[in-house]
Design a protein around this ligand. Sequence first.
Ligand SMILES: Nc1ncnc2c1ncn2[C@@H]1O[C@H](COP(=O)(O)OP(=O)(O)OP(=O)(O)O)[C@@H](O)[C@H]1O
Length: 305
Amino acid sequence: MPVIDVTDLCKSYSGRTVLDHVSFSVEPGEIFGILGPNGAGKTTTVEIIEGLRRADSGTVRVLGLDPIADAAALREVVGVQLQHTQLPDNLKVWEALDLYASFYEHPRDWRELLDEWGLADRRDTRFAKLSGGQKQRLIIALALVGNPQVAFLDELTTGLDPQARRATWELVKQVRDAGVTVVLVSHFMDEVEELCDRVAVFSDGRIAAIDSPAGLIAAVDAEHAMRFTPAPDAAATAIDLIRDLPGVSAVTRSGAQVIVTGRGDFATAVTAVLARNHVLVSDLRIDTRTLDDAFVALTGRSFDR
Ligand SMILES: Nc1ncnc2c1ncn2[C@@H]1O[C@H](COP(=O)(O)OP(=O)(O)OP(=O)(O)O)[C@@H](O)[C@H]1O
């Protein structure tokens, strides 16, 4: 049984459709990413699943429960890290964890969470005195203190430095490895690529694609480039040989370098034809396609954060 099952979700605000028949499911033990441009409907979807908003139509089940009708039962098994959680400045780390633990019937021992999230030596520090990374780790720990089966993490690493981001990613993998299903709303391609088993790409209130990050990249036939430097007397021959190969859309020169752009696996055809004609090249480089390319192709929008 999927952990989350969303079927035909629709939602409008003042007659404007923001979710248009959205369906997807999240399987046990995966990190499921929700990606999309601003305003695509990510927060609306997640907050409907969390029971914080009502859909106009469609059904949602989380561990078989209805987020509105079974709200009390669901609170016990779901952990939510909201995008802009703020705690009172004077609250100490241990007090925050103790307070949140008291909301649940079967909380985790928050002392374990202090250790796991590297906050043991900040136990008595007040929230306002924590660094950005420590605040973020505490907020994630608070989402986990109820011992949830599903955790929603939103904008996980916003404002963290690269080292703190990597450390946070490792911790989220540990959360998944401990058996918690994770739903991750993110604006960061590298984060999604690193963490998510599968990703739903939202675009204008619909799901444009659902796949693994690698699957999304492979499915998008984005234009990409290869470059190489031919021997000086071979450049003209090389360009003539390549120009009309299937998949090649343009061949240009930049100094001694030849840049070939195209779609699909044109690079294999290019290297084969050069080898067959004994054209020696050096510094051969093929630009890899990225999740950004897939995102642009699927949503028609470039990533703006
Ligand atoms: N309470 C509301 N009342 C009216 N319109 C809303 C409300 N909440 C969201 N919207 C609109 O619905 C659309 C979808 O918003 P939503 O917050 O779900 O998108 P999002 O993908 O999470 O965007 P972001 O990345 O900016 O958080 C947006 O156009 C937004 O302005």
